[in-house]
Design a protein. Sequence first.
Length: 566
Amino acid sequence: MLNNPVAPKVAAVFLFCVAGVLIIPVAFMAFTESSYLYEWNIFSMSSCSLSCPLLVDKVSLSFSCVVCLISASVMTFSVSYMATDPFLTRFIHLVLLFVLSMNFLIFIPSLPALLLGWDGLGIVSFALVVYYQNMKSLGAGMLTILANRVGDVMILVSIGVLILQGHWLIFSMWDFYLSGWVCFMVLIAGMTKSAQIPFSSWLPAAMAAPTPVSALVHSSTLVTAGVYLLIRFYPFLAGFQGFCVGLLLIASGTLLMAGLAANLETDLKKVIALSTLSQLGVMMLSLGLGFPGLALFHLYTHALFKALLFLCAGAIIHNSLNSQDLRTMGDGCSQLPLTATCMCLANLALCGAPFMSGFYSKDLILEAGLSGPTSWIVFIFLVIGTGATVAYSVRLSMSGLWGSQKEVSYHSKLEQDFFVNYPILFLSAGAIVSGWGFQQIILDFGESYFMPYHLKVSIPFILLLGIMFAFISWMSEDKKIGLFSRFTVMMWFLVPLSAQGPAKFSMTWSSRLLKSIDMGWMEILGGQGCYKVASSSFNFVQKIQVSAFNDFVYMMIMGTMIILLL
């Protein structure tokens, strides 16, 4: 039974209107290079005051505009994709809360108030991951919220440490004797939200959420919150010597791990999730190289073509009887020509094909990494990770779109749904022109790289090697799963190390501690023990009083008789 699709339509129109309204101040802020700080005094008593500052500049406004545009497209897609869901209204409310939490995170530059958006993202993401209410969704939701809770604790501890400065404004930080700990805690918080090593296993597990939610989470909201936090904190963090070096090693390792795992994954949504993880590594790599503006630029372009990639994958899954296995897909070009074309555009943008949106940002990051003073380990990781990106993108297209039909189609696949075609076409236009548009209008970099000829030629050579590797792995008939394949697919064993192992250890020891301390010694020495001692004492006194009552009555009678006789 189809639901009333009025709620997602109204939400989509509202988000499109908000994005349209934000375009004018974004252009004004970009051309005038101005920014405004508004402070709302919520409560004041004597010398204590509670206020909420709002930072309005070109970064926050442009990011909010991108979030609202993608959310509106996802909401339009949900009109058709979630039409048969019995809890459609709940789904719309959760998505709107998700967008609201992200906007809180974007506009609030104070750490205590920023927790409204930071914790809101974590809570709502848990509700969306467990949306289908089965054991797999519950396990993925618990892994997601517990991994992100590490970052939440780091933000809370940093708030306590930063009380020594007397304020919590992100852009007014200065150096003091605990600054190194603040840098470490903010870095860990950003790593957990953006799923960097060793907190990477929750990102593919979050694919248990509905596909529209995955498109929103993996493009512009939850996973980009950590990158955005580090971009805001960057002037403060860059002053520490080990920050850039450590971030380079972490980001390059994440890029390599996600790229290799995506080439062996067979779940369509998990392949795209691992591609998100690799691109988050590219953004963090740009931050480690010292280019926060370039990381933000790649965040914008990646958000548009990754949302397009997820919506195309959702359309293919929706038309394949909810099958997500790449091994059963094929011949998508003839069955779904529009969706296949848009998906190829998204893959080209992901690979950094010339004049697509990803080309303008990713090529600059690669040139900065190749020409900068990086170590040979980071250089090798960057080269292999870039080639792996092309390999899994080509493998995805060949398996799902260009390959032969691997199973009998029992139903016709049609592209006549306006609410599916419109957001896909809209995001396809963004995947083509957004790179050029952002570079020319909103973000002016001004960086020029004069690279040696062999380094300049190495970038297309890496892309060609990735294409060749994809064809070799696709045509290979050897399907045996060896130790290296297991090591790669399980994300360097981060999945068992961060999921089953710690969960079993923590649950076993918490059960033992609960039985021995909370239900054992604490009860014996605490309330239950005092109750037993007092109860036994009162019972003993009561027994004495009851047993001696007859003697007391007899003595009173005898005493009275003696007095009367005397």
